[in-house]
Ligand binder design. Sequence first.
Ligand code: SF4
Length: 450
Amino acid sequence: MNEECGVFGIYDRGGNCARSVYYGLYALQHRGQEDCGIAAINNLELSCHKGPGLVGDVFSERILTELAGTTAIGHVRYATTGGLHRDNTQPLTLTYIKGSLAVAHNGRLINSAELKREYEYKGAVFHTTTDSEIIAYIVAQARLHSGSAEEAVNQAVKRLKGAFSLIVMSSRKLIAARDPWGFRPLCIGRKGDAVIFASESCALDSVEATFVRDVEPGEVVWVFDGKLHSNKENCTGKASLCIFEHLYFARPDSIIDGQSVYGARLNAGRALAREYPIDADVVVGVPDSGLVAAKGYSLASGIPYNDGFIKNRYIGRTFITPAQATREEEVKIKLNPLRATVSGKRVIVIDDSIVRGTTLVQKTGLLREAGAREVHVLSASPKYISPCYYGTDIPTKEVLFAYNYSTEEMRKIIGADSLGFLPLKDLAIVAPDSKCGFCDACFTENYPVE
Ligand code: SF4
């Protein structure tokens, strides 16, 4: 499958752009921890530094100083397509007849194979296995026949199908685009004269920028001479933001398309409390993305909320570890149950979702080993029954817990006293402030794009 990534770009004539991107990527680190990069333009000269690892490990004071420029973009990546090959690290950069181009991309194209074949027959030679290189190539090709870089991006958006939130940097412009379905988030911020594009609003906060608005699904926005411009020619008025951005991917302090992620998770927890009124002593969440839903359950039910697990902060999120064996082993290293909270208690434990189910066996076992008298497991998402084709790491139905087993069979396998999932009908009330519709295909099999 592909990647869950974070992108950040800034145009700031007077500032140190690479340093701002560094802080922005730090705030987006939860969206990808395998590799990262920053590209900058200074006096039409493109420079780039990227490598495997966390933002704090890849960049140093010296590198950020060398990357000085008036425009810069950055990327954090979680990838499985093409593995961890260094060439796949973003931003993708190229130099062509019209100058330089750098592309940072979050999402997954569903027509990348056709596009790649088409351009290979026209003589293109691809050096990576990422969608981002295809996008960069299409933009560069389109630029040869259009009057501006933003028009080239607009032409490219018409050709791309699937999920993409893009930031493109040309020699003179910073351009952002979101796919017409709006699968992945992308927002605009300002700090003085600087204009910023970022995957999530928490990254704007990290550079003390003010949130301006979200990029609309299908919209192309660009900065030229400090001014923000927009083309909505590809906007359809329909939108399918991935509901998992609210339930799992995004940081709770982000606001996406008008909806607070924190508020959405609280709502999911409240809905669970209404649906599953369990007689219990304490409600705990699985760190990090289950914590807010657990608070929501506690607020609605009156059952005290407490910490049930202590998380080792120095390990990446379980969900985005590529090898299954590693993922299971990681749970024990990553989470330690809090005996003081759960021993002798009837415990409700809330996780953001149940996808493969394998880690849940360990989590339930850890709570029992710590003395929990009863363990009631609730998922803040509906049953995950179908793969995602829009950039999430779920390859086939066969690995999905809820596709293979009934609720009762799953309960027995994980060793819980009871098991419940957020009902599908409650998805509608999770994010009431959202200006966007949602993709919920992994629960319903209703795919917005074939
Ligand atoms: Fe998100 Fe599921 Fe839709 Fe994929 S299929 S974009 S994970 S809601």
